[in-house]
Design a protein around this ligand. Structure first.
Ligand code: SF4
Length: 386
């Protein structure tokens, strides 16, 4: 959808573009034009006035809404976020409400969006803003960065978009644009590349129109300088872009070398009582805190899962054997989890030690915040037809 053209910013941008072209500034010898905010920003703003996205969190200066959208957009596409964002705000419209609701409610609203640590951090940060800042977000990047789940780029985005502060950002889209614009020929997550990218981002961030510039450079990465096949002929920065000049626009950014991660093993038990399955919430302050999972027990590489499964059955006071269903695996950032899946049908509930477990139907399981590894377990179980 085309964003309505802001006449003021467009006129201002065109004037600045003319002024920028008239100035004498040093440049790097590779391009005819220098890389600086006076050269880059006016081009981006003109393009943004014509082609920027109209998104639900764009027409607000409310830091709560901007923060919520920025957190939801971490690792998640705009298309996936829109419905979640609107539903979340219908239920929890203010930061005071967010601080007051139980974490479980936030986790349930987040169900399906993934990366659930974001929901936990959101809740913790809301409490902190209410307790320490009386519900008003701090405006400085340094103070924003102290909030749980708010890194430098998210802090920069909130400062720029909610408070129009001159603050650089470096989200995935901006990182890709800068890697290509400057033809950075090293993996962009290396320490030295990271430092260099922040420096460039800071240099290109203008003093005026920070709000629109920030949205413009994010939109450029999302709409034009896309991961595969950037549409350079529609790019307002084409005449500046080093990657374009070198014919490297599809090769950059360089791929990150995948890091080695350890593998952990678990046996998972799907206890079926007439189409209802036993699940429990993980403890709130641990890994995947507040999310739902099937009963599970770890075992070591080389061990037979059955050697531990009987312990799990005995904890739940279940008698008899369980049927092997299959396997699934899921990669987290710091380990890979391999799940050996077992099923057990029961008729009599009276002896089951349910403890803090609850029963859910298959339809309900699809709508609760089951963690990623156990979503795959459930899919494998359904595929098996048991
Ligand atoms: S010219 Fe192409 S590679 Fe360079 S910034 Fe624009 S879209 Fe990206």
């Amino acid at each position: 959808m085309l964003r309505p053209v802001c006449r003021c910013s467009k006129r201002g941008a065109q004037a600045a573009l003319k002024e920028g072209r008239g100035k004498q500034r040093p440049h790097d010898g590779m391009n005819d034009l220098p890389f600086d905010s006076d050269t880059v920003s006016p081009r981006l703003l003109v393009w943004y006035g014509q082609a920027g996205r109209d998104l639900p969190w764009r027409n607000t200066g409310d830091p709560y809404r901007i923060w919520l959208s920025e957190v939801m957009l971490q690792q998640t596409t705009v298309t996936a976020v829109i419905d979640y964002y609107q539903r979340f705000l219908e239920k929890i419209p203010t930061i005071e409400c967010l601080a007051a609701v139980p974490l479980a409610e936030v986790i349930d609203l987040w169900a399906g969006l993934g990366y659930y640590s974001r929901a936990r951090n959101l809740h913790a940060a809301a409490k902190l803003v209410v307790e320490q800042y009386e519900g008003c977000f701090p405006e400085e990047v340094e103070a924003l960065q102290q909030l749980p789940g708010v890194g430098r780029s998210t802090a920069g985005a909130i400062a720029a978009l909610a408070f129009n502060r001159r603050a650089p950002i470096l989200d995935g889209n901006v990182r890709r644009v800068l890697c290509r614009l400057f033809a950075l020929q090293e993996p962009p997550r290396s320490t030295s590349a990271e430092k260099q990218l922040w420096k460039w981002s800071e240099e290109l961030t203008p003093v005026a129109n920070v709000h629109d510039y920030t949205q413009a450079i994010m939109d450029l990465g999302a709409l034009v300088c896309v991961p595969r096949k950037p549409v350079c002929e529609q790019c307002p920065l084409e005449e500046l872009c080093r990657a374009r000049k070198l014919g490297l626009e599809q090769q950059l950014p360089l791929k990150q070398v995948a890091k080695q991660i350890p593998t952990r093993h678990e046996a998972v038990l799907l206890v079926d009582h007439r189409g209802q399955y036993l699940v429990r919430r993980r403890i709130a302050d641990g890994f995947l805190g507040g999310m739902w999972e099937f009963p599970t027990i770890s075992f070591l590489e080389g061990e037979a899962p059955e050697s531990k499964l009987h312990l799990l059955c005995s904890n739940l006071n279940l008698e008899g054997s369980a049927e092997s269903i299959g396997h699934s695996q899921h990669a987290y950032s710091h380990f890979r989890l391999k799940s050996a899946i077992y099923g057990k049908k029961i008729e009599d509930l009276s002896h089951v030690a349910e403890g803090d477990h609850r029963w859910f139907s298959l339809d309900e399981l699809k709508n609760i915040a089951l963690h990623g590894a156990h979503k795959k377990v459930l899919a494998e179980f359904q595929k098996s037809g048991v």
